[in-house]
Design a binder for this molecule. Sequence first.
Ligand code: SAM
Length: 193
Amino acid sequence: MNENLQFLQAFIKNPMKVGAIAPSSPELAAEMLQGIFPDDHNIVLELGVGTGAITKFLRDAIPSRDSYLGIEIDGDMVKTLNIKFPDMNIIQGNAAECYSIHQELGLGKVRYLVCCLPFVSLPKEVSDSVLAEITKFMDEGCELRIFQYAHGYFLPPAIKLREFLKNRYGKSRRSPLVLKNVPPAFTLTWSTI
Ligand SMILES: C[S@@+](CC[C@H](N)C(=O)[O-])C[C@H]1O[C@@H](n2cnc3c(N)ncnc32)[C@H](O)[C@@H]1O
């Protein structure tokens, strides 16, 4: 099935969980992957893989299967992802358990955390749990990258998330606005390395 159609179907089925009407554009994917050079000992963890709009570019950036772990909650998406990317570690799971999922798999340290979750629309208990998991990786030294859509950037939930992350990890690095995305978005990076 066409990537955009599958994404739209998932959005219609569960808008709050998917949080966007279209997959990220190649331009947003490029911004999300700036400066990310994983290897087996410094892996990249992608949360909320979706239809693989960012993953397909990550595939070129990883030197080996074990340099990457992707976690996606939607079982239909994961089935398609595993067909599209048989050479990548993509599993069905809840990002709220990502630290233990990573530990159980015995992969290298998570050096890059590419988080595509729609924090603004997720239930509070889910986003709180995900943030608690992210903290465990950040405490070990990690770079966290998220994106936020421009139209919601100054809405209270988006500001609250940035404030939370700023209080924990200091000032973020914000990208220029990526206009070629539906909708336009910024990426934000916090580092504890
Ligand atoms: C905004 S989409 C991003 C998809 C893709 N990375 C992109 O950039 O096009 C968010 C994705 O997060 C997934 N998701 C939502 N809650 C999740 C959770 N608790 N654990 C794992 N994935 C989740 C959704 O199913 C959806 O595929």
